[in-house]
Design a protein around this ligand. Sequence first.
Ligand SMILES: Nc1nc2c(ncn2[C@@H]2O[C@H](COP(=O)(O)OP(=O)(O)O)[C@@H](O)[C@H]2O)c(=O)[nH]1
Ligand SMILES: [Mg+2]
Length: 443
Amino acid sequence: MVLDKLKDAVRKFLTGSNVYEKAVNDFLNDLTIELIRSDVNVKVVANLTERIRNRLTNEKPPSMIERKEWFISIVYDELVKLFGGDKEPDVFPSKFPYIILLVGVQGSGKTTTAGKLALFYKEKGYKVALVGADVYRPAALDQLTQLGQQIKVPVYGEPGNQDAVKIAKNGIEKFLKEGYQIVIIDTAGRHGYGEEQKLLEEMKNIYETIKPDEVMLVIDASIGQKAYALAQQFHQVSPIGSIIVTKLDGTAKGGGALSAVVATGATIKFIGTGEKLEDFEVFNPKRFISRILGMGDIETILEKIKSVQEYEEIQKKVEDALTGKGKLTLRDIYKQIITVRKMGPLRKVLQLVPGFSMLTIPDEQLKLSEEKMNKWLHIMDSMTYKELDDPSVIDRSRIRRIAYGAGVSPEDVKELLQYYDVLNKTLKNLRRRKDLGKLLFKQ
Ligand SMILES: Nc1nc2c(ncn2[C@@H]2O[C@H](COP(=O)(O)OP(=O)(O)O)[C@@H](O)[C@H]2O)c(=O)[nH]1
Ligand SMILES: [Mg+2]
């Protein structure tokens, strides 16, 4: 699979005992080697590692995040950019009926992809049909027909007819009459790379007569960065075009193919990752890179960074409350508890908060805090937004309702409200004093 050694490099980096600077250098070396092995353009790789190094020098890790984790998050970020950035392509038809024309050189995987696409849309609930317009290879129609049978999608073809455009037209007409929503046309394509120009001319021909809603160019990932020239020409002649990169499972060069296509500005909509019809997915750069770097590790790190950012936001609110600029609502407290929980066991979290490491909190008390946090979350879940924002409206009957909804006693609800009152009063008294930790986590 593409870039499959990066996962090991990430593991090695995160768990290794090398000093940070050396670990970073080793990782960047591994990254360079792996990207070049994957046929990503050498200049592109050099730029990438330089950008990563620059960010390491110019940016600071968020507080409470280990440097190593921060480094990996930067690598993730830059790789995502290289492979298309934030956007997940829109793969759903903008209108009905929707005609898709598949083009690409022979052997790139068009016919297989026609089947995969048909299955993809069928599973999403669309009424899909296939048209076989490859007139050069007699077996092509059989291949498509078999795929169609497998997924129970009708296939139109005219064995013996040499006029691909005519077949396509007939097929579309028939299926539109029958109420099909998406019609996918499989074409012949040219023999090999080097014949791209002819391929594009041919495509233009069919395209002008058939007027499909979308043309999808199928590119075999094993051509690596050569995909750049092809995708660029295609992108220029076909404003309604998108790209499918196939065989990412069978080649080391897939990284090169993907990054090259992205660099042309063309949209990669799908990727093929195997011979089976299910081996097909919408191309999402973030998901793709997470998988390559090791889903578990990456998600944990990104989640943690997000939690810290949220935590800092709340800290700021607390500071504002302390300096008299704002007031804490129950909603803030709710958010804070959720955030703290996401960050791990309370003791560990507290150790990270400046000032807290000095505090020694007995174990039973910590355990109590965890239980109490749970209870309070349930209670706040049973409150309305109005109640969360302004607890003063909570009277006895509301307390009963909330307690009932949360499965706790009214005393528990009262305790939370008291805590809230005390907190805000104390905040008022303590303005400018910064030992908020004690306040927020005391029993
Ligand atoms: N490993 C792998 N093989 C693929 C993939 N897509 C297509 N193939 C294989 O590539 C070969 C050519 O595919 P085909 O659909 O006939 O290409 P066409 O000539 O463009 O229509 C077939 O053996 C397919 O099974 C893929 O994503 N992964
Ligand atoms: Mg074919």
